[in-house]
Design a protein around this ligand. Structure first.
Ligand code: ARG
Length: 477
C-alpha cells in the first residue's frame, strides 16, 4: 500500500501502478535506504523525538530486516518503491513505533540520499577498475616501449611511433577520466537529508551530525535545490560516457588491427567468436560490444539531460528516470572494464608486421626535413625540398633508403653521409628530443612517474572507501 493513500477512496489502476512504481529497479538501493534510515533515527533521537528505549527497538528491527533481505533479495516486492518497502517492513516488525520513522523526512530527500550513497560506493568500484586498467596499459607500454609501428593521421601512414607510445596515449585518456571521477565525487558527496519534501522541517534536525554518521563531506545548503538537484547524476553519466567513448576508440583500434589488412594482432580465443556459417572466422565481438554499448550509454546521458532541462523547482516525478539510466551506465562500464582487464594481457601483437610497415621510408620524410632545418634551412623550405625528393622517389619507384649520397646532394648540398643512416624506425624514435614523443628513454621516465601517480590515487580512493558507512559502524556509534 502506498504511504500516502489515506485520502484515497479508490485503488490505483493496475497499469498505472506498473507504469509508476519504481521498486523493480530502485530495490538495489535497499542497503542505502536502511543506512540512511539509521542515521535519520539517530538524528531524531538527538532532537528528542525518539527515546533511547525506542532507538533500541528500532535498532533491532533494522538489524533483523537487514539480515532478512541479505538472506533473500527476492523478499523485496509488493511496494511502490524501496523507501515504502523498508518503512512498511520495519513497521511490521516493530509495531507502532514504526510510525515515527518518517518524522521530518520525505521520500524526496530520502531518494536523493540513497542515490548519493549508492553512487559514492559505485564510484569507488569504478575508480578501482579504472586504476587496474590503467596499470594494464602501463605494463603494456613498458613491454612494447621499443616496438616500432607506423603512427597514423587521417588513418594514413604518418611517422613511426612505438606500440608502447600508443598504449600511453590511451593511458592519458583514462587518467583524465579518473581525475574527472575524482572531481565529480566531490559533488556526489553532499548530504540532502534533512531538506524534507522541499522546505526542511520544524524539527531541529542536526544535519551536520547526520552527515558525520553517513560520512558525507558537506551538507546541502538549499532545501529546494537539494531535493531536485540531479547534476551529480548527469556528471557521473558524463564521466562514464567519456570513459566509454575512450574505450570505444580503443576498441576501434582493436577491430582495425585484427583485420587481415592490418594484421597487427591476434585475438585471444577466449574473447572472440566464430561464425555459424564461415568456419574460418574469428570476430572481435568484445571490442564491438564496447563500441556498441558506448553509443547506448551516451544516449543515457543525453536522455537524462533532456529529462532535466524543463523541470521547475523542486521535486518532480520525472526525476525517477535517473535511476535506470545511471544504473545501466554503471553496470555496463564495470563489465566493460573487467572484460578488458582480462583481455589485454592475452592479446598477441605481430611485431614483425608492424615493423615491416614502420620501415616504409616515406614515414621519415619529416625527420629528413628536420635534418635540414637543424642545419639552418627554414622549415618551410626544407619541407619543399623533401617534397621534391619524395616526388623524385615516386617517379623512379624508389624509397628514400635507396637514394645515393649523390642523389641526395642534388637536392641540397647539406646532406651528408648521416642521412643514409636515418631510415630505421628505431633510429627515428630515439632521435626524438621532445618530452611526450615516442622516444623510449623519455617514455621510460614517464611510465615510472605514472606508476607513482597511480599509487597516490589508490590511497585517495581507499580513503574515500573508509568514509562509506557500514551498518555495524553506525549502530555502534
Ligand atoms: N521513486 C521516487 C523517485 O525515484 C522516490 C521519491 C518519490 N517522491 C514522491 N514525492 N513521490 O524519485
Amino acid at each position: 500500500m502506498p504511504l500516502w493513500d489515506s485520502r484515497w477512496r479508490k485503488a490505483l489502476d493496475k497499469t498505472f501502478e506498473k507504469f509508476s512504481f519504481s521498486l523493480s529497479f530502485d530495490k538495489r538501493l535497499w542497503k542505502d535506504d536502511l543506512l540512511g534510515t539509521c542515521a535519520h533515527l539517530l538524528t531524531l533521537k538527538k532532537a528528542g523525538i525518539i527515546k533511547e528505549e525506542e532507538w533500541e527497538i528500532l535498532k533491532e528491527g533494522i538489524i533483523k530486516l537487514w539480515n532478512r533481505i541479505s538472506n533473500n533479495l527476492d523478499i523485496i516486492k509488493g511496494a511502490e518503491d524501496i523507501h515504502t518497502f523498508i518503512e512498511e517492513n520495519l513497521t511490521k516488525s516493530i509495531g507502532d513505533l514504526g510510525k515515527k520513522i518518517h518524522t521530518g523526512r520525505s521520500r524526496n530527500d530520502q531518494v536523493s540520499l540513497d542515490l548519493r550513497l549508492y553512487l559514492k560506493r559505485e564510484s569507488c568500484k569504478i575508480a578501482d577498475l579504472l586504476i587496474s586498467l590503467m596499470e594494464e596499459f602501463l605494463s603494456l607500454s613498458k613491454l612494447y616501449l621499443n616496438t616500432p609501428m607506423p603512427g597514423y593521421t587521417h588513418l594514413q601512414h604518418a611517422q613511426p611511433v612505438t606500440l608502447g607510445h600508443y598504449f600511453l596515449a590511451y593511458y592519458e585518456m583514462f587518467q583524465r577520466d579518473l581525475e574527472r571521477l575524482e572531481d565529480c565525487y566531490k559533488r556526489i558527496d553532499v548530504l540532502p537529508l534533512g531538506c524534507g519534501a522541499l522546505a526542511g522541517s520544524t524539527i531541529p534536525l542536526d544535519r551536520e551530525y547526520t552527515a558525520k554518521i553517513l560520512g558525507f563531506e558537506r551538507v546541502a545548503e538549499n532545501s529546494l535545490d537539494a531535493v531536485s538537484d540531479r547534476d551529480f547524476v548527469i556528471e557521473l553519466l558524463f564521466v562514464i560516457s567519456l570513459t566509454f567513448l575512450h574505450l570505444s576508440k580503443f576498441s576501434e583500434e582493436i577491430i582495425l588491427w585484427s583485420t587481415q589488412e592490418f594484421s597487427f594482432i591476434e585475438l585471444p580465443q577466449e574473447y572472440s567468436t566464430g561464425s555459424s556459417m564461415m568456419p574460418h572466422k574469428r570476430n572481435p565481438d568484445l571490442a564491438e560490444h564496447i563500441r556498441g554499448k558506448a553509443g547506448r550509454i551516451l544516449g543515457n546521458l543525453l536522455g537524462f539531460m533532456a529529462v532535466m532541462k524543463g523541470l521547475p523547482l523542486s521535486y518532480n516525478k520525472d526525476l525517477q528516470e535517473d535511476k535506470e539510466l545511471i544504473f545501466d551506465a554503471l553496470d555496463q562500464l564495470k563489465l566493460a572494464l573487467q572484460v578488458l582487464i582480462g583481455f589485454l594481457p592475452k592479446l598477441k601483437f605481430k611485431e614483425e608486421r608492424m615493423y615491416e610497415l614502420a620501415k616504409n621510408s616515406f614515414l621519415f620524410s619529416t625527420d629528413v626535413a628536420e635534418y635540414l632545418t637543424i642545419k639552418g634551412i627554414p622549415f618551410r623550405e626544407a619541407h619543399k625540398i623533401v617534397g621534391e625528393i619524395i616526388k623524385y622517389c615516386e617517379e623512379n619507384r624508389k624509397g628514400l633508403e635507396d637514394l645515393t649520397l649523390e642523389e641526395w646532394q642534388k637536392f641540397s648540398p647539406l646532406f651528408t653521409e648521416e642521412i643514409l643512416e636515418l631510415f630505421s624506425p628505431e633510429k627515428s624514435i630515439y632521435l626524438k628530443k621532445t618530452l611526450g614523443s615516442p622516444n623510449p628513454l623519455l617514455n621510460q621516465r614517464i611510465i615510472e612517474k605514472k606508476y607513482d601517480f597511480l599509487q597516490k590515487k589508490k590511497l585517495l580512493w581507499d580513503s574515500h572507501k573508509e568514509t562509506l558507512p557500514t551498518l555495524e559502524e553506525i549502530l555502534n556509534l
